[in-house]
Design a protein around this ligand. Structure first.
Ligand code: HEC
Length: 121
C-alpha cells in the first residue's frame, strides 16, 4: 500500500500525477467521509461547528491554528505534546495560547464524538 505524502499535494492529485512530494513524513490518509460510522459522522458535525473556522482537517495547511490532518498518526502535536486523547481533550476544553477554550460549548457526548472523528484524520 502506498500512502500519500502530505505536503500540500492532495492524495488524489498525488495519485493522478503518480509522483509524490518528497521530504515530509508519510502517514496514511484520512478515512473518506463516506466511510465514517455514525459516531464519527456526529464528530465531523461537531468539528464543522466548533473547529473548522480555525483548523483544516483534510488539508495540510495552517488556518488560524495548525492543520489537524494526521494528528493522531504522528507521535506529537504541533506544540510537541504527546498526541493522545488526554492532551487533545485538555486543549479543546481549556484552550491553548491563541486557541480559545471550547469546554463550555461541548458536552461530553460531543467531545467523545469529536475525538472519534479526529482519530479518522
Ligand atoms: C478561534 C480559533 C480556534 C478554534 C475555534 C479552535 N482552535 Fe485549535 N488551535 C488554535 C490555535 C491558534 C492553536 C495553536 C495554539 C498554540 O499552540 O499556540 C490551536 C491548536 C490546536 C491543537 C494543537 C495543540 C498542540 O498541543 O499543539 C489542536 C489538537 C487543536 N487546536 C484542536 C482543536 C479542535 C479539535 C477544535 C474544535 C473543538 C479547535 N482546535 C478549535 C485555534 C483554534
Amino acid at each position: 500500500m502506498i500512502w500519500a505524502r502530505r505536503c500540500g499535494v492532495s492524495f488524489a492529485l498525488a495519485l493522478l500525477l503518480g509522483s509524490f512530494v518528497t521530504g515530509c513524513k508519510s502517514v496514511p490518509p484520512p478515512t473518506p467521509l463516506a466511510e465514517l460510522n455514525a459516531q464519527q459522522m456526529r464528530g465531523h458535525a461537531v468539528y464543522e461547528t466548533h473547529c473548522a473556522t480555525c483548523h483544516y482537517d483534510r488539508k495540510n495547511a495552517a488556518l488560524h491554528g495548525p492543520a489537524l490532518i494526521g494528528m493522531y498518526k504522528k507521535p506529537y502535536l504541533p506544540s510537541g505534546a504527546p498526541a493522545n486523547d488526554e492532551r487533545v481533550t485538555a486543549t479543546i476544553v481549556h484552550g491553548r495560547n491563541l486557541m480559545p477554550a471550547q469546554g463550555d460549548r461541548l458536552d461530553s457526548q460531543d467531545l467523545d464524538d469529536l475525538l472519534a472523528y479526529l482519530h479518522t484524520l
